[in-house]
Design a protein around this ligand. Structure first.
Ligand SMILES: Nc1ncnc2c1ncn2[C@@H]1O[C@H](COP(=O)(O)OP(=O)(O)O)[C@@H](O)[C@H]1O
Ligand SMILES: [Mg+2]
Length: 280
């Protein structure tokens, strides 16, 4: 290992992370059930089941409740249209807790992370769109993944070896996106067994800020297929992704891609402090 691959930005800047935002929230959502028709729109666990993007983009939105374990004002909503129904996670800009080290508009990074995951061919972020005419104003809308509520990164790494390659891929994604908030609970296992990454509002800073719980694969060689997927980002970032970020953030994304491809290994946390809080 070498110091160049060491990571860990200042741990204190994300002062509000983990704090529950206050305000006029609706009742807390019960996430144990699901809308009856959801299965019809998400039959096979495909990353973008037919019509999901359209439904998220154009469907009528009914707020079900505010998520109790969210650090911003994040809502579970029902999206319906033309006989289809799904649940989604709505993150309005108005509900974002102000941060010293990220500008307002974190919801845009949710969309950028989704687009990047799609362009890499990794499909690890549930379909995420931007909406304007929504109950609490502009924000992101992400397909709700039916998942095992008892599973998260720590349980998967301990008890589900069949997910480890997916976890490695998320680790690479987090280095590439400079994820500052990869808590254990930001890794979901869908009911179909697929592994998903969520909550990418604190990604893409131009300054090194990786904070993650995924250190079990540190210093491992990165699979050649993953590096091949990252390689194009060295020279070109999709226009739609670039439009969601600042220019220096786009340059930094390309530099991180170059570093990943050049070094071919997952980084090591020499500081021992590159963790988000709380861990789950
Ligand atoms: N796409 C999703 N599918 C299913 N559950 C989700 C999804 N996104 C978020 N959640 C649930 O909502 C909680 C809060 O969401 P999160 O994205 O972490 O919000 P915040 O930005 O407020 O921290 C998560 O811990 C998870 O339980
Ligand atoms: Mg979160």
């Amino acid at each position: 290992m070498d110091a160049e691959r060491a990571v860990g930005g200042p741990a204190g800047e994300h002062a509000r992370a983990g704090e529950e935002a206050q305000g006029g929230a609706p009742r807390t959502a019960d996430l144990t059930g699901s809308p009856g028709a959801a299965a019809a729109t998400d039959p096979c666990g495909a990353t973008d089941p037919s019509g999901t993007t359209d439904l998220l983009l154009h469907g009528d939105i009914t707020v079900i409740g505010r998520l109790a374990d969210s650090s911003n004002e994040t809502f579970l909503v029902e999206v319906s249209g033309e006989g289809d129904l799904t649940w989604a996670i709505y993150k309005p800009e108005l509900g974002e807790a102000p941060l010293r080290d990220f500008p307002p508009g974190l919801y845009r990074r949710e969309r950028a992370a989704y687009l990047l995951s799609e362009s890499l061919g990794w499909h690890l972020v549930p379909t995420t769109v931007l909406r304007e005419e929504v109950p609490f104003g502009v924000g992101s809308l992400q397909r709700f993944v039916e998942h095992d509520r008892s599973a998260h990164y720590f349980t998967l790494v301990d008890d589900a070896p069949e997910t480890h390659d997916d976890l490695r891929r998320i680790a690479v994604f987090d280095v590439l996106t400079n994820n500052t908030d990869r808590k254990s609970g930001h890794v979901l296992r869908g009911e179909d067994g697929r592994v998903w990454g969520i909550d990418h509002g604190l990604c893409f800073s131009a300054r090194p800020k990786l904070r993650t719980v995924i250190w079990d694969f540190a210093d491992e060689r990165i699979d050649a297929d993953l590096l091949a997927a990252v390689a194009p980002v060295v020279t070109e970032v999709d226009d739609e992704i670039a439009a969601l970020l600042d220019d220096d953030e786009v340059d930094a994304l390309r530099r991180r891609a170059l570093r990943l491809v050049t070094e071919g290994r997952l980084p090591v946390d020499l500081t021992g402090m590159a963790f988000p809080w709380p861990l789950v």
